[in-house]
Design a protein around this ligand. Structure first.
Ligand SMILES: CC[C@@H](C(=O)O)C(=O)SCCNC(=O)CCNC(=O)[C@H](O)C(C)(C)COP(=O)(O)OP(=O)(O)OC[C@H]1O[C@@H](n2cnc3c(N)ncnc32)[C@H](O)[C@@H]1OP(=O)(O)O
Length: 305
């Protein structure tokens, strides 16, 4: 609760319209102390399961790359990586020049979900719920970042890894890659918010099939049901990351405040009831109307007459 309140205070000061949106959306977090969630308590518990890392590269282009890095475990999320991810999301929330984000896995595969060793150690209901709330808070904040995000799926995105792909605005897939919600095979359902987001991406009937059947979603099926936007063909120029950056750059070309405003108005349209979404759109519009990019565009157009 403290962290969410602090973030809320900071955002209110610096970006009023966006802060009001987060305020309307439960402070940017889903869970707080009123839900029995103590962020620092679960952080300490998760830190007890070390291994791997979450790397973040922010670039002058305004595109950041977040890498899930635990190749010896197929990029499974250790407990400390869950804490790392929350810290990287906090960094991105403070990145005022950010326009786009690519989430990828190291060594040519995306992520094989929770580290099963940590899962076994956290298997009691209380700890499981706390890990679930921690990851739901983090992935909700990831999806709400005021930048356009894309999951670059190579190899396999399994379980929590599949859920992580749904916490990005888009998914692009390499040939031969697979997104699979394997939870049923674990006697589980998604716990990191993946089911709620999947329904909003592919619809409830496709979501039921993917979860009920633990379907291996290849790029062709992903395109067909709207889970992926693009298949990065092998003959494409450059590495899969370069091709993903090229894809994303089409939608992030322009001043950061304008691109951030685009994400904010779409996000509020997606999450808020119509009247609130309209009010948020008005607020965000007010942050760019008469702004540097708007004035420059007007000046250039007046020259053309
Ligand atoms: C909310 C969801 C969340 C949760 O409930 O907490 C979850 O995500 S539960 C976990 C869901 N994920 C899985 O069930 C995937 C488990 N892994 C696999 O099925 C396979 O490893 C693979 C990913 C399909 C790859 O298979 P393969 O190519 O045959 O390689 P290996 O199986 O030999 O794996 C190499 C190496 O990596 C270790 N590994 C892989 N995944 C995990 C994982 N999720 N947790 C811990 N370790 C993992 C695997 O044990 C191998 O290590 P070594 O045995 O030491 O070589």
């Amino acid at each position: 609760m403290v962290l969410c309140a602090v973030r809320q205070h900071l955002l209110r000061g610096s970006r009023g319209a966006w802060a009001r949106f987060l305020q309307r959306q439960s402070r940017g977090c889903v869970y707080s102390s009123v839900h029995g969630f103590q962020q620092e308590e679960i952080r300490e518990k998760l830190q007890a399961f070390p291994g791997g890392s979450i790397e973040l590269l922010t670039q002058e282009s305004g595109l950041a790359v977040l890498t899930i890095n635990y190749p010896s475990r197929m990029n499974a999320f250790s407990g400390s990586m869950m804490v790392d991810l929350e810290e990287r999301v906090s960094q991105l929330e403070g990145w005022t020049d950010g326009k786009g984000l690519i989430v990828q896995g190291a060594s040519g595969t995306f992520c094989s979900g929770s580290d099963l060793n940590a899962v076994r150690a956290l298997s009691n209901p209380q700890d499981g719920m706390k890990m679930c709330m921690f990851m739901q808070n983090t992935l909700t904040r990831l999806l709400r970042l005021p930048m356009i995000s894309v999951a670059l799926v190579e190899g396999r995105a399994l379980g929590g890894g599949a859920e992580l792909t749904t916490a990005c605005d888009f998914r692009v897939m390499a040939p031969g890659s697979v997104i699979q919600f394997v939870h049923k095979h674990m006697g589980l359902v998604p716990g990191w918010g993946g089911a709620a987001r999947l329904v909003r991406i592919v619809g409830s009937q496709n979501a039921l099939k993917l979860l009920g059947g633990a379907v291996k979603v290849d790029p062709e099926l992903a395109l067909q049901i709207g889970l992926a936007e693009e298949v990065l063909q092998r003959e494409g120029a450059g590495t899969p990351l370069q091709r993903a950056e090229n894809w994303l750059s089409v939608y992030t070309k322009g001043p950061a405040p304008v691109i951030q405003a685009v994400k904010k108005v779409v996000l509020s349209g997606r999450e808020l009831p119509l009247s609130e979404a309209l009010r948020t759109e008005k607020d965000v519009f007010g942050t760019v109307w008469g702004g540097p990019a708007n004035m420059q565009a007007l000046a250039s157009k007046s020259k053309h007459r």
